[in-house]
Unconditional design. Structure first.
Length: 119
């Protein structure tokens, strides 16, 4: 089971998923520019991710290595969403998504392709 990550922790993980592995200093620099966080905030969130088993700290230089993939977290979050809000019904989620906005012909074709791959 993947660790439950909050939005702020996902921002830290996003840097690692884009860059592979990075020092805590590098993560802090990226998030300072992108989100406006100070170094202490970022380091606190990195430590939370380490405690949850999402990041491994290596030396030298407080190197952070992601231990969970973006896809694994996406799957876990989707499963939680479907279970919590759609009574475990993927088709209810799908119907809700489709009913929310007008899709282009290209998007509809891609969805048909995806459904065809699942069948």
């Amino acid at each position: 089971m993947e660790p439950k990550l909050f939005d702020s922790e996902l921002k830290v993980m996003g840097v690692l998923w884009r860059e592979g592995e990075a020092t805590a200093k590098r993560i802090a620099e990226v998030l300072a520019g992108g989100v406006g966080w100070n170094r202490n905030t970022t380091y606190t969130l990195i430590k939370r991710c380490i405690a949850k088993g999402a990041i491994e700290r290596r030396e030298p230089n407080f190197l952070c290595v992601p231990l969970v993939s973006r896809e694994a977290v996406q799957h876990a979050e989707t499963d939680e969403l479907v279970g919590k809000l759609f009574d475990g019904s993927t088709d209810k989620l799908f119907a809700s998504l489709l009913g929310r906005k007008k899709l282009t012909a290209e998007q509809i074709a891609r969805l048909r392709e995806i459904v065809g791959e699942v069948e």
